[in-house]
Design a protein around this ligand. Structure first.
Ligand code: TMP
Length: 211
């Protein structure tokens, strides 16, 4: 049996990390072998790229197209080194961010060309789409205030303007509306346990017969 690629998406502070952990524990309790990974930073090379991308330094500004290319490079490496072999081994991959993040952040957020983003996503993924993407939808300001409480220093992208984060949020809303069978919205403002129960239900419906 082939594996599955399940992606978690959303604006900063939407709760992806803790939901992925709960989901992984649940799937493992059903005897399913799970890989938890993320973009950027799911490989050793990707970790270097993640630091370059997220470190905030006035002396080392990152040009917008450079940023886009670095996310694409991270993705290409991640797919070759991690995603393809794990899928071939029949694993369930829970991936923190994937191609929709690039559309939302670099496309809607930065205003870069959607055509260019799609081309780079196609090159990096060689057509590998998620089987299911869970969009944890939370108000941008609520998410950012969660981040501010939990972390001492916000990273380069978290420090962007509220208007930038609102555009990213609009990106997710548009993506969900145009990909209703692949992207499922979950209200990320609900309690951790309620969100987890909703994700279980979504996975049961989408992976019918497998869970
Ligand atoms: P996170 O993994 O902690 O959520 O943070 C990764 C950051 O990188 C987050 O601010 C979103 C951003 N990002 C992009 O801008 N484009 C991308 O393609 C990806 C994967 C992430």
């Amino acid at each position: 049996m082939g594996g599955k690629l399940i992606v978690f998406e959303g604006v900063e502070g939407c709760g992806k990390t803790s939901q992925m952990q709960l989901c992984s524990k649940w799937l493992e309790s059903l005897g399913i072998s799970v890989i938890l990974t993320r973009e950027p930073g799911g490989t050793e090379l990707g970790l270097y790229l993640r630091n370059l991308l997220l470190e905030k330094s006035e002396n080392k500004p990152v040009a917008e197209v450079t940023e886009l290319l670095l996310y694409a490079a991270d993705r290409a490496q991640h797919i070759e080194q991690e995603l393809k072999p794990s899928l071939a081994a029949g694993k369930y991959i829970l991936c923190d961010r994937y191609t929709d993040s690039t559309i939302a952040y670099q496309g809607y957020g930065r205003g870069l060309s959607f055509k260019l983003i799609h081309q780079l996503n196609d090159i990096a993924t060689a057509g590998l789409e998620s089987d299911l993407t869970i969009w944890l939808d939370i108000d941008v300001e609520v998410g950012l205030s969660r981040k501010r409480k939990g972390e001492t220093k916000l990273d380069r992208i978290e420090q962007e303007t509220i208007a930038f984060h609102r555009r990213v949020q609009q990106g997710y809303a548009d993506l969900a509306a145009s990909n209703p069978s692949r992207i499922v919205r979950v209200d990320g403002s609900l309690s951790r346990e309620t969100v987890h129960q909703m994700i279980q239900e979504i996975l049961r419906v989408h992976l019918k017969g497998l869970l």
